[in-house]
Write a protein that binds this ligand. Structure first.
Ligand SMILES: [Ca+2]
Ligand SMILES: [Ca+2]
Length: 131
């Protein structure tokens, strides 16, 4: 009887150690995984509400804020940093999130991605667009 009780106690201790190790592993994996943000349908609806001119363009898509999968592009990061609201969209209109030399709103007006530095309007058209 004593032996059975000891074996059960030992099994319980081993189970506790394994469970603790699994929890520690899960915590390490969780902490080392980059934070990703998934666009809520509300974010895109908000964007299209603010900029209805993009409704039938490629900007009516996750690419506005995401570079790939759930990774945010610079515009998405700025939008997130400002609180993911209509006010956030307006607060980041006049900055150049992707550092391509053109303000976000100017790019949005011509349906180019404000978070993709490889998409920028021709420098010759910028004075006309920015009016
Ligand atoms: Ca830009
Ligand atoms: Ca751009």
């Amino acid at each position: 009887m004593r032996l059975i009780t000891r074996v059960r106690s030992l099994a319980f201790v081993v189970w506790l150690i394994c469970a603790g190790a699994l929890l520690a592993l899960a915590a390490v994996v969780g902490l080392s995984t980059p934070v990703s943000v998934t666009a809520a349908p509300g974010d895109l609806n908000l964007f299209v509400s603010q900029y209805p001119q993009v409704e039938n363009t490629e900007l009516n898509d996750c690419v506005v804020c995401h570079s790939s999968g759930t990774d945010l592009n610079p515009y998405g990061e700025d939008y997130l940093a400002q609180g993911r609201t209509m006010d956030a969209l307006m607060l980041i209109e006049n900055i150049d999130s992707d550092d391509d030399g053109v303000a976000n709103k100017v790019e949005i007006d011509v349906a180019l991605e404000p978070g993709d530095e490889d998409q920028t309007p021709s420098q010759a058209f910028i004075p006309l667009i920015a009016r």
